[in-house]
Design a protein around this ligand. Structure first.
Ligand SMILES: Cc1cc2nc3c(=O)[nH]c(=O)nc-3n(C[C@H](O)[C@H](O)[C@H](O)COP(=O)(O)O)c2cc1C
Ligand SMILES: Nc1ncnc2c1ncn2[C@@H]1O[C@H](COP(=O)(O)OP(=O)(O)OP(=O)(O)O)[C@@H](O)[C@H]1O
Length: 312
């Protein structure tokens, strides 16, 4: 799969494609169904399948930390879109300048001139261009004028309800990871590169691997039983805290994971942490000893969840 970043990297050879546009946060089963349709269309027309997405997501620009929690970072979106069989991702930098382009200009400069789109599939509620002036009807009119087909995507449902990134966030807000997985078509996970922490964890007897969470808003918070992927063939069970660590006056949100029965130096490794079950909310403890005592209990809870014997 190819990644093209920004309009200036679009070259003559990229003209002619079947296209969809959106956030695709989570790359959930609704998105996957749309990809399947688009890929069939691309094969029929012998044209590459292109997904246009925006970074940051538009609401992150407009609403900052009031924006909905992000389910996937760009890297994760790319991985899932590649698995779905997409040929090219066109990642547009969504800044004030880009957002100020008129709907007409978005169509004529980007869709027609740069991409020469032949088939476009978007939701019938899709809005675009400065002030959200552009809508599905305008796209259809433009399609008739410039010679491309515009269709509205079929709604893909679960239990009679439309699958959406919002629905996944709602499931996660209730710590319902089974429901989130059902909607996503893959487990909810957080991944990243392990960085150095304050090495306090080792002194309190629970060494942790720290992942900084660059996203401003996380969809989940607290202490969880987790499985860590990316450290060999088998997932490694662990216990993780997602939060600001109020006991040690941590400032930024991070994910810290303590592996059960495994001692490894993880600095610099890329890991994927799959959340399996919530254990409790993060708390501010009066002392490090109190925190240590609680983490020992969390470890026991996680061991029980994984059906692991607790050493005596
Ligand atoms: C299972 C687990 C639960 C945790 N729970 C809390 C908590 O409730 N409150 C808190 O302030 N820190 C919590 N922490 C974070 C600890 O404060 C942190 O691991 C310790 O300060 C070590 O930080 P370091 O790795 O940056 O040295 C938890 C860590 C783990 C692994
Ligand atoms: N359940 C679904 N079935 C079919 N198409 C979908 C479904 N969900 C999203 N799409 C389509 O995928 C494209 C990208 O959707 P986008 O990620 O912007 O929204 P979303 O998944 O509905 O999330 P949100 O909850 O943020 O609105 C749009 O064209 C949208 O219509």
């Amino acid at each position: 799969m190819k990644l093209i970043r920004g309009i200036y990297n679009l070259k003559e050879q990229h003209r002619g494609c079947v296209l969809t546009i959106g956030n695709f946060d989570g790359v959930h089963r609704g998105h996957q169904a749309l990809m399947t349709e688009l890929i069939a269309e691309g094969r029929k027309r012998n044209l590459p399948v292109v997904v246009m997405l925006f970074e940051p997501q538009p609401l992150e620009l407009f609403a900052g930390d009031k924006a909905p929690a992000r389910l996937t970072r760009l890297r994760e979106k790319l991985r899932y879109l590649e698995q779905a069989g997409v040929d090219t991702v066109l990642c547009m930098r969504f800044d004030r300048r880009f957002a100020a382009h008129s709907a007409q200009c978005f169509i004529s400069d980007l869709l027609v001139e740069k991409l020469n789109v032949k088939f476009l599939a978007v939701g019938d509620d899709f809005r675009f261009g400065a002030g959200r002036q552009g809508d599905f009807l305008l796209l259809q009119k433009a399609g008739a004028e410039y010679g491309f087909e515009v269709i509205s995507t079929q709604t893909y449902c679960n239990d009679g309800k439309r699958i959406s990134s919002t629905a996944v966030r709602q499931a996660l807000a209730q710590d319902d990871f089974a429901q989130a997985q059902l909607l996503l078509g893959h487990p909810f996970s957080i991944s990243g590169r392990v960085v150095h922490g304050d090495a306090l964890g080792r002194t309190i007897g629970f060494p942790t691997a720290n992942l900084p969470l660059r996203r401003t808003v996380t969809p989940v918070k607290g202490v969880f039983a987790v499985e860590v992927l990316g450290l060999g063939e088998q997932p490694i069970p662990g216990v993780a805290n997602i939060g600001t660590r109020p006991t040690v006056k941590g400032l930024r949100q991070q994910l810290e994971v303590h592996l059960l029965d495994t001692h490894m130096n993880l600095y610099g490794r890329h890991i994927e942490v799959v959340l399996k079950q919530k254990i409790r909310d993060e708390q501010r403890f009066a002392s490090l000893d109190a925190l240590k005592e609680q983490i020992a209990k969390d470890v026991v809870t996680a061991r029980q969840f994984f059906g692991l014997q607790t050493p005596v």
